[in-house]
Design a protein. Structure first.
Length: 654
C-alpha cells in the first residue's frame, strides 16, 4: 500500500492539473487524461510502470463506459431515430470498415488489421460532439439529430467489434470457427438477458429501491454491472459485453435515471484512469520518428471520413449544408476507437509502430475537433452557396407569417410551455409568431392552424424576419440559459425597448438573465412553490385579496423571500456542482469575533445576504447595517457555498 500511495497521488495530481487546464481552454477532459498518460508513462518520464495491474484497474473504466452506452439504448429511442441510427449510422460504419479492410488487404497487411483499423476509424467522439452540440443549442437541429443517430449506431457497433477482435488472431478454419462461436455466444447472451432478464431485473431493482437506502441501491448497481460482466467473461466473451447488456437491461426499467446518476462517479474516475493508460501507450519517440505518417493518416482520416459522411447524408436526403455540417461534426476519431485499439494491441493484431501512428493521429484529430466544430458555420457558408438560398427561403416564410401582424408577441420555442402560452394569447385575441427549430413539431402545429414557423430564435435575421421591429413583447419559453442569453443580446441590440420574459428551471441564473436585459424571469421551481403556498393559504382561511397581495409582493421583490434553501443529504448533487445559492445557519458562540460588532464592521454584506437573525427564541428579523451581534444569536445567511464559508469565518473567527 505504501508503494502504491505515491503512484495514486501522482496520477491524481497530474490528472487534476491537466484536466483543469483543458477546461480553461474548453477542451474535453479525455484529452487531458491522454496527455497525463503520455507524460508520466514508460516512454516519457517513466514515473508510472505500464504493468498488468494498472491495465486491470483501467479495464473497469471500459466496463462502466460500455454500461453507460447500454443505458442509451432504449428501444423507443432507437425506433424514433431509426432512419439516422439504422440507416445513416449503419451505412457509415459499414462503409468505413469495408473500405479499411479492402485497402489494407490490397496493401498486403491483411484484412484482419484492416477490419480493426476501419472499424476504429469509423468511430467518432460522443463525449466531444454531444457536449459541443448541447452548448451550441443544436441537438434538435437536423444535423444534430443525424450526428447523434450515427453516434448511437457507432456505440452499438463497437460491441460487435469487441466480440470479434479477440478472435481475429486465429488463422484459416480456426478463425472461422472462432468468429462463429463468438457470434453464437453473443446471440445467446443477448437473447437470455434481454428476453428472460427484463422481468426479474425490474422486480429485483424494485425490491432494492423500496428499502430507501442510497448506499444499498449503489451497491446493488455495482453488483449487477460487474456480475453480468463476469458472467460473459466466464462464457468466453468480454467483460465489456456483459456491462453493455446490464446497461440495456436497466435502460428499459423506471430506475434508469437514478442509475445514471449513481454510476457517474465510478465511471468517470475509472474511465479517466483508462485514458491515462492509453496515453501511457503513446511512445513519443516513435511518433516523432514517424511524424510524416502520423500527419498523412490524420489528413486521410479526417478528409475521407468527412467526404464519406457527406455523401451518405446526401444519399439519405439531407440538404448539402446539413450533410456538410454532419460530416464536419463527426470527422474526428472517438474514445471507443481507443478502446478498440487497446484491445487489438493486447491480442497482437496491431504491431508497435502501426499502433503508435494510428493512436497519435486519432488523438490529434480529437484535439482538433472542438476547433473544427466551432468554425462550422463559416466553413459551410463558404462551401455551400445553396445554404444561403435555403436560409433566405426560411426567412421569407417567417416574414410572410409576421408581415400582417402589428404589436404581436414573438414566442421563442413552441414546446409545451410555448403552446400553452399561445393558447392563452389566442383566447385574449393577441397576435403572436412562434419560432421553433423542430421541423416535425412545426409541420404538425402549423397544419392545425397555429402561427408557428421553423427558425432559430438565436439568430438576428430570424428575429427581424419575425417582426421584432414592430413586436409588442418577446417570450423565451424554453429553459436553455445559453440560448436565452443569446436571444437577449440580439433583442437588446435591435430593440432595447421591447419587454422580454424568460423561463428558467430555478433561480440559479435569475440575476444574470435580468442583468442581460430580461424584463421578467419566471423560475419554474419558485413559481411552483408560490402556487403551492397560495393554495395552502386559501385552504387555511387566509382571505383571497391578502394571498394575491402576498404573491404580487414576492414577484415584485424578485422572489427574494424564496431565494435559497437549506440543503440536505438528498441535495448532494446540487451541492457538489455549487449551482444554487443556499441558506446556512451560523450560531454566534461565546468568544465569536462577531460579538459586539455590527454588520458593517464585519464586512459580509457584499459577500452574502443576511436574511435574518434569531435572538433568544424570538422570530427571525432582517438586521440593519448597525445591528450588533450577541452571544447565542442564530444568523441565517444566503449565498453560494464558497462565500458562505468565508462569511462564517468572519463571523466566528474575524
Amino acid at each position: 500500500m505504501l508503494q502504491a500511495l505515491p503512484l495514486i497521488l501522482l496520477l491524481l495530481a497530474s490528472a487534476v492539473v491537466v484536466v483543469v487546464a483543458c477546461r480553461l481552454v474548453r477542451l474535453p477532459p479525455i484529452l487531458g487524461y491522454l496527455i497525463v498518460g503520455a507524460l508520466v508513462g514508460p516512454h516519457a518520464l517513466s514515473w508510472v510502470a505500464d504493468d498488468r495491474a494498472t491495465h486491470y484497474v483501467a479495464e473497469f473504466g471500459i466496463v462502466f463506459l460500455l454500461f453507460s452506452v447500454g443505458l442509451e439504448f432504449s428501444l423507443p429511442k432507437l425506433r424514433a431515430m431509426r432512419r439516422a441510427v439504422f440507416g445513416l449510422g449503419f451505412a457509415q460504419v459499414a462503409a468505413t470498415t469495408v473500405l479499411g479492410a479492402v485497402a489494407l488487404q490490397v496493401a498486403g497487411l491483411g484484412w484482419q488489421l484492416g477490419l480493426v483499423l476501419g472499424g476504429a476509424l469509423a468511430m467518432s467522439s460522443t463525449a466531444i460532439v454531444s457536449k459541443m452540440l448541447a452548448e451550441r443549442g443544436e441537438l434538435a437541429s437536423p444535423h444534430g439529430r443525424d450526428a447523434m443517430g450515427i453516434l448511437l449506431f457507432q456505440d452499438l457497433a463497437v460491441v460487435a467489434f469487441l466480440i470479434v477482435i479477440p478472435s481475429l488472431n486465429a488463422e484459416g478454419a480456426a478463425l472461422a470457427v472462432a468468429l462463429g462461436l463468438a457470434a453464437l455466444k453473443a446471440a445467446a447472451a443477448l437473447g437470455v438477458v434481454l428476453y428472460a432478464g427484463q422481468r426479474p431485473m425490474r422486480w429485483w431493482f424494485g425490491v432494492v429501491a423500496r428499502q430507501r437506502s442510497r448506499e444499498l441501491f449503489t451497491l446493488n448497481l455495482l453488483l449487477v454491472t460487474l456480475g453480468l460482466a463476469a458472467i460473459t467473461e466466464v462464457a468466453g466473451l468480454s467483460l465489456e459485453l456483459g456491462a453493455f447488456l446490464a446497461g440495456m437491461l436497466i435502460a428499459e426499467t423506471e430506475y434508469r435515471y437514478q442509475v445514471e446518476e449513481d454510476i457517474a462517479p465510478f465511471r468517470d474516475v475509472l474511465l479517466g484512469l483508462f485514458f491515462v493508460t492509453v496515453g501511457m501507450a503513446l511512445d513519443l519517440a516513435v511518433v516523432t520518428a514517424n511524424l510524416g505518417w502520423v500527419l498523412a493518416l490524420l489528413v486521410v482520416l479526417v478528409a475521407a471520413k468527412l467526404a464519406l459522411i457527406v455523401l451518405l447524408a446526401r444519399a439519405f436526403g439531407s440538404p448539402p449544408a446539413t450533410a456538410l455540417r454532419t460530416g464536419l461534426i463527426l470527422a474526428q476519431a472517438g474514445e471507443l476507437a481507443l478502446v478498440m485499439l487497446a484491445l487489438a494491441a493486447q491480442n497482437r493484431i496491431l504491431d508497435g509502430a502501426v499502433h503508435q501512428v494510428v493512436l497519435a493521429a486519432m488523438v490529434v484529430s480529437m484535439l482538433a475537433a472542438p476547433v473544427m466544430i466551432q468554425y462550422i458555420e463559416p466553413i459551410v457558408r463558404r462551401l455551400t452557396a445553396g445554404d444561403w438560398l435555403a436560409r433566405a427561403a426560411q426567412l421569407t416564410a417567417i416574414a410572410t407569417q409576421s408581415m400582417a401582424r402589428q404589436e404581436h408577441v414573438i414566442v421563442c420555442g413552441y414546446g409545451r410551455s410555448g403552446q400553452n402560452l399561445a393558447r392563452l394569447l389566442d383566447a385574449e385575441e393577441i397576435a403572436y409568431v412562434a419560432l421553433d427549430n423542430d421541423p416535425h413539431r412545426v409541420r404538425e402545429a402549423s397544419g392545425a392552424g397555429a402561427s408557428v414557423v421553423y427558425g432559430d430564435a438565436g439568430r438576428r435575421e430570424t428575429l427581424m424576419a419575425a417582426g421584432l421591429a414592430k413586436a409588442r413583447a418577446v417570450v423565451v419559453t424554453f429553459a436553455d440559459v445559453p440560448l436565452a442569453l443569446k436571444i437577449l443580446h440580439q433583442v437588446q441590440t435591435l430593440r432595447p425597448d421591447v419587454p422580454i420574459v424568460v423561463r428558467t428551471v430555478d433561480d440559479t441564473e435569475l440575476d444574470r438573465l435580468l442583468k442581460a436585459g430580461a424584463t421578467e424571469v419566471v423560475p419554474e421551481v419558485l413559481e411552483g412553490s408560490l402556487m403551492l403556498a397560495s393554495h395552502s393559504l386559501l385552504l387555511l382561511g387566509v382571505p383571497l385579496n391578502r394571498v394575491l397581495a402576498r404573491i404580487r409582493a414576492i414577484r415584485e421583490e424578485r422572489y427574494s423571500l424564496f431565494r435559497g434553501f437549506f440543503h440536505g443529504a438528498t441535495d448532494a448533487a446540487d451541492a457538489a456542482e455549487n449551482l444554487q445559492p443556499r441558506l446556512k445557519s451560523v450560531v454566534i458562540a461565546e468568544r465569536a469575533a462577531a460579538i459586539g460588532r455590527t454588520l458593517a464592521e464585519l464586512g459580509i454584506e457584499g459577500l452574502v445576504e443576511v436574511s435574518g437573525v434569531r435572538r433568544r427564541g424570538v422570530r427571525s428579523t432582517r438586521p440593519t447595517p448597525d445591528w450588533r451581534f450577541e452571544s447565542g444569536d442564530i444568523v441565517v445567511l444566503l449565498g453560494r457555498p464558497e462565500d458562505l464559508a468565508i462569511a462564517e469565518g468572519r463571523l466566528l473567527d474575524g
